[in-house]
Design a binder for this molecule. Structure first.
Ligand SMILES: *Cc1c(COP(=O)(O)O)cnc(C)c1O
Length: 333
């Protein structure tokens, strides 16, 4: 398994820190908690899409693209990081933003990530909920081609085998850092949406025969729908890497018990988890992804999922800019 064989454009500050969460761990009564700070990847306020974009942007540049086209929800962190990558690389960016949430708040439609998309110079196309993301991207790409441009479409979340290589690399980084810090990783927990982060982590940890358990906390789909998506993408990623033997589907685990009413819809356990991380660790989570993942980690830890001596790493996938689009949940108003 050699990542060095794949073209990569440096965009991230790395390695991102791996830090203990002692106060939170003590409060929960074990296991030993760590946080992998992928909210600190640097690009345009950071987050997990940056690692994927290092490989995806390299692919786009190799194809001679002059415009990155992508898609996400209105408050998409993926679109924000893609827009920042395009700005840094001298490319244009056009993004389709799906109004998936029925939020009347002006700040949801214009603040947080949307403000940053505009600051990075992206052209935004707002579409109604339920629009097919791939078809919408193809339409935008066709219009760019008619004008003589050379678009490269990056699908939802950058979750292709090439994008997932970013999280194969993260898995390697976590194991190296844990060795330096003097502990063995038992489990990794993170927010799972479009499957790329989890597929990359699974392919990476399995490719290295590390025995690390990966638990994706779903932010949208039910477990029965997300696990097969992750498994299929992990298989394709392992194949790209030349990892022999494929991926055992038993190594793909999703818990969809913390989604609540749906994607982006706040839950009380998310609000509590965001508050706890902020007040005990000075750590900013987000309302859509890492807050729900932390709600899952807290609940599972309290219910004894892991032994007290186990080392559990929470991969902080970023997203804090969306806090400013969900302000009324947190300011007591
Ligand atoms: C996109 C995103 C995720 C989910 O990553 P996937 O690879 O789509 O599963 C998690 N957290 C944050 C903050 C994100 O923006």
């Amino acid at each position: 398994m050699q990542l060095g064989r794949f073209p990569r454009t440096r965009l991230a500050h790395g390695p991102t820190p791996l830090e203990p969460m002692e106060r939170l761990g003590r409060e929960l009564g074990g296991p030993r908690l760590w946080v992998k700070r992928d909210d600190c990847t640097g690009l345009g306020l950071g987050g997990n899409k940056t690692r994927k974009l290092e490989f995806l942007a390299a692919e786009a540049l190799a194809q001679g693209a002059d415009t990155l086209v992508t898609v996400g929800a209105v408050q998409s962190n993926h679109v924000r990081q893609t827009a920042a990558a395009a700005a840094q690389l001298g490319l244009a960016c056009e993004a389709v933003l799906e109004r998936r949430m029925r939020s009347p708040a002006d700040v949801y439609a214009r603040g947080g990530n949307v403000l940053l998309d505009r600051m990075f110079g992206a052209t935004l196309h707002f579409v109604d909920a339920g629009t097919d993301p791939a078809a919408a991207c193809d339409e935008v790409a066709a219009a760019i081609r008619r004008r003589g441009g050379r678009p490269c479409v990056i699908p939802t979340g950058g979750s292709t085998p090439v994008g997932a290589l970013g999280y194969v690399q993260c898995a390697q980084e976590i194991l190296t850092q844990a060795t330096d810090l003097g502990f063995a990783v038992d489990a990794v927990v993170h927010a799972s949406g479009s499957a790329g982060t989890q597929a990359g982590l699974v392919a990476g940890f399995e490719g290295l025969r590390s025995g690390v358990d990966v638990l994706g906390i779903s932010v949208s789909r039910p477990r029965a729908a997300l696990e097969p998506l992750v498994h299929a993408l992990a298989e394709r990623t392992a194949e790209l890497l030349g990892v022999a033997g494929g991926i055992d589907s038993a190594r793909v685990a999703v818990d969809s018990g913390y989604v609540g009413p749906g994607y982006g819809v706040p839950t009380q356990s998310m609000i509590d988890a965001v508050g706890l991380a902020a007040t005990r660790e000075g750590l900013l989570l987000d309302p859509v992804y890492s807050g729900k993942a932390m709600a899952g980690l807290i609940d599972l830890a309290r219910n004894g999922k892991w032994p007290a001596r186990a080392n559990v790493v929470f991969v902080h996938t970023g997203g804090a800019p969306a806090l400013f689009a969900y302000q009324s949940l947190f300011d007591g108003s």
